[in-house]
Design a protein around this ligand. Structure first.
Ligand SMILES: Cc1cc2nc3c(=O)[nH]c(=O)nc-3n(C[C@H](O)[C@H](O)[C@H](O)COP(=O)(O)O)c2cc1C
Length: 189
């Protein structure tokens, strides 16, 4: 049901609760100037366009990575695999050097973490600030995926995807809207 816009502040908790019910990816966004590498954990990542291929990430205006990407004009998105929960926490810190003990290589100048479920790299095409966040738009120059199940962020917790459930539904579900059985349910077993 649609309700009238509430005065600022009074609906914050309900907005947070509603967004916590949205399942999102967990990714580490990276950049470098060739000398200094930077990265930050994000859940606000999605595709924006297929033609041309573009992605977007949304960063808090106070994020140090945001300033770095604005300077370097490129960024990579490392979609974390189910066994990379420790990296999600490490890159969510405010440490000055977050790559301690992290296995990565440079793709051009963009840090690519070893073992991620997927990798997408983009050239910064635009930035749009509204409220307390800035959307970074990247024109995709590289994309790669593995079969590794991803981490997800749901109800304020980092969770493992359930490969068994996903695999079963991917092969047995049916839908006229999503042929080839791309149907998943929200069941938890
Ligand atoms: C699961 C998870 C998801 C997050 N998603 C975002 C996000 O989408 N955007 C954002 O700006 N910060 C997000 N954060 C918080 C940043 O990772 C955190 O504020 C970090 O310290 C910012 O570092 P920086 O200032 O070096 O960029 C998330 C943190 C976690 C643990």
């Amino acid at each position: 049901m649609l309700t009238q816009a509430a005065p600022a502040g009074s609906s914050d908790a309900r907005f947070r609760d509603a967004m916590a019910a949205v399942c999102s990816p967990v990714a580490v966004v990276t950049t470098s100037d060739g000398d200094h590498v930077s990265g930050t954990t994000v859940s606000a990542f999605c595709s924006l366009s297929m033609d041309p291929p573009m992605i977007l990430v949304s960063l808090d205006n106070s994020s140090r990575l945001l300033a770095e990407v604005r300077r370097n004009r490129h960024f990579g998105v490392n979609v974390l695999a189910a066994d990379q929960g420790a990296l999600a926490r490490q890159f969510a810190s405010k440490d000055s050097y977050k790559f301690e003990g992290v296995d990565f290589r440079l793709s051009g100048e963009t840090p690519r973490l070893t073992g991620s479920a997927a990798w997408v790299k983009g050239i910064l095409r635009g930035a749009y600030t509204d409220g307390d966040h800035t959307i970074l738009i990247g024109l995709v120059t590289e994309a790669d995926a593995t079969a590794a199940p991803p981490l997800t962020y749901y109800r304020s917790h980092i969770r493992h995807a359930r490969p068994g459930v996903a695999a079963r539904l991917l092969t047995t579900g049916t839908s006229s809207r999503f042929p080839r059985s791309r149907v998943q349910t929200d069941r938890e077993d």
